[in-house]
Design a protein around this ligand. Structure first.
Ligand SMILES: [Zn+2]
Length: 494
């Protein structure tokens, strides 16, 4: 039985006790002795590693912010501070005898080289992905062979949570990139022994190439970014293709708007695919793992099922950083329990979760692992564009994205920010560009957008402009950009 099989139905108290144990060990034997950044942080905060005994003790330590990872003038390679870097002396001083004995034994029986190789496998970076901020400098995150093994493991867990059949043939249309989403799918396929075709997405093969590959493969599972998967299926319907082999769609790298699953199911119906499961997933570069929803007949948003033996999540007040009681909305904070190479600790994800973590067993699959509500705002994806202030109201651009992505009449959209009359000193203006379904009237759609923006977001776009589907696809760079251009800041730089 794997650790995951044993763990996923344990009572909450047992899961917590296991986390306490893993956390103690991780802090004493890995984080404090080998992480230059965290060793300094512990010392500076006056916290001894022995004082971190339970999950509740985490709050003794300050949170780590995204900015802490960014290069500074004094330290242009700041990311290195976060890599675990053991040496002979620190290993000797920090590891208990029970951990050192097997190494000594190996040294006697197989020689020093064998021990070196073993430590290299555990600690030496051999793979990397990047964070994907729009304007901020990308931050590299390294993996050792040990971490790649974890990526296999979480891949197998994703397949298990979504109840995918290992016989499934997978079409992975995430863009070829040093980003977690693509590689998590790649390693999940390897771990589960699934036949996976990674096309590289629209920028590499184009939607027609992708569709040809999917139909030839007779893929059972389609995996990619929501906007691109939707685009692909729309094209399949327009071309009258048969996608009846598809049984499930897995969406990742972005939040899934509430109406998006229904829109995808409808398109698939039109291509002959029935009773399809659509899943949302959640992951981020710094976690080096992803989490998924479990299947339900109605494709409900069942929450992301966590792995308590691999990571601890806390929910904190985004203003004060204080840990919030169960059930309260706040920002997710991530602490890994088995990470090597690049390691963050008590890391502020910038993602806001409504209703906090859910600890009651999942009503759908019965697993007892905590779940993150699917109602997640990825504030981090907006940080670079900032919240827009319109007539004194702060507007969360991602809420706009969720609203437009959910509207059945909207095919594609883009939000543009301008200054009135292009004058830097004038007020901001918001223009919503829309391509609507042919059967929907433009006036009715414009009215509906105005009404929804006003009632849900308390703002009114200054203008709504319409465009045909093809020019709109070009405008957002659907098959030419790595990421669709949904927000354009055309305000003159002051
Ligand atoms: Zn479940």
């Amino acid at each position: 039985m794997t650790a995951w099989q044993r763990l996923q139905r344990l009572p909450r108290a047992e899961l917590r006790a296991e986390q306490d144990h893993l956390l103690r060990r991780y802090v004493r034997e890995y984080l404090y002795p080998f992480s230059p950044y965290y060793r300094a942080l512990f010392d500076h905060s006056g916290v001894r590693p022995e004082q971190i005994r339970t999950v509740d003790d985490l709050r003794r330590l300050p949170l780590t912010k995204k900015q802490d990872l960014l290069p500074t003038d004094a330290d242009p390679q700041r990311f290195k501070q976060f890599i675990l870097q053991p040496d002979a002396a620190s290993l000797k001083a920090s590891w208990p005898l029970a951990k050192k004995l097997p190494l000594l034994w190996q040294k006697w029986t197989q020689g020093t080289e064998a021990v070196k190789r073993r430590l290299r496998d555990e600690f030496a970076p051999c793979f990397m992905t990047f964070t994907t901020g729009r304007s901020a400098e990308p931050v590299p995150f390294f993996y050792s062979a040990h971490d790649i093994h974890n990526l296999h493991d979480t891949g197998a867990r994703l397949v298990d949570v979504m109840a995918l059949d290992p016989e499934y043939r997978i079409a992975n249309v995430f863009p070829y990139a040093p980003h977690l989403a693509f590689w998590q799918v790649f390693f999940a396929g390897q771990a589960a022994g699934m036949m996976a075709l990674s096309t590289g997405g629209g920028k590499v093969m184009g939607s027609s190439g992708d569709l040809r590959a999917i139909t030839r493969l007779r893929a059972d599972a389609l995996i990619g970014v929501p906007g691109y998967v939707y685009h692909l299926l729309r094209r399949a319907v327009a071309d009258g293709l048969d996608l009846s082999s598809i049984r499930c769609v897995v969406l990742g790298a972005e939040r899934v708007p509430s109406g998006m699953k229904d829109k995808i199911v409808q398109l698939l119906e039109a291509t002959g695919a029935h009773d399809v499961r659509v899943f949302g997933t959640y992951g981020f570069t710094e976690a080096r793992m992803a989490f998924a929803e479990c299947p339900t007949k109605g494709n409900e948003y069942t929450g992301y099922h966590l792995y308590p033996d691999l990571a601890i999540f806390e929910v904190v007040n985004p203003q004060t950083g204080e840990v919030l009681p169960d059930g309260e909305s706040g920002e997710l904070v991530f602490t890994p329990l088995r990470a090597r190479a690049s390691t963050v600790f008590r890391y502020r994800t910038g993602d806001l979760v409504r209703g906090g973590l859910q600890y009651e067993p999942c009503p759908h699959c019965g697993r007892t692992v905590p779940r993150i509500s699917s109602d997640l705002t990825r504030e981090s994806s907006l940080k670079d564009l900032q919240l827009l202030k319109v007539k004194g109201t702060l507007v969360n651009l991602e809420d706009c994205a969720m609203l437009l992505g959910s509207m059945p009449e909207v095919e594609e959209w883009q939000i543009e920010l301008r200054k009135k009359d292009d004058d830097p000193l004038e007020v901001d203006e918001m223009i919503v560009h829309l391509a609507v379904r042919p059967e929907c009237g433009e006036d009715a759609a414009a009215e509906r957008v105005q009404e929804l923006f006003k009632s849900r977001l308390e703002i009114s776009p200054n203008q709504i402009e319409f465009l045909g589907l093809e020019p709109m696809l070009r405008k957002i760079g659907m098959e030419t950009e790595m990421k669709e251009k949904r927000f354009v800041d055309a305000r003159p730089k002051v």
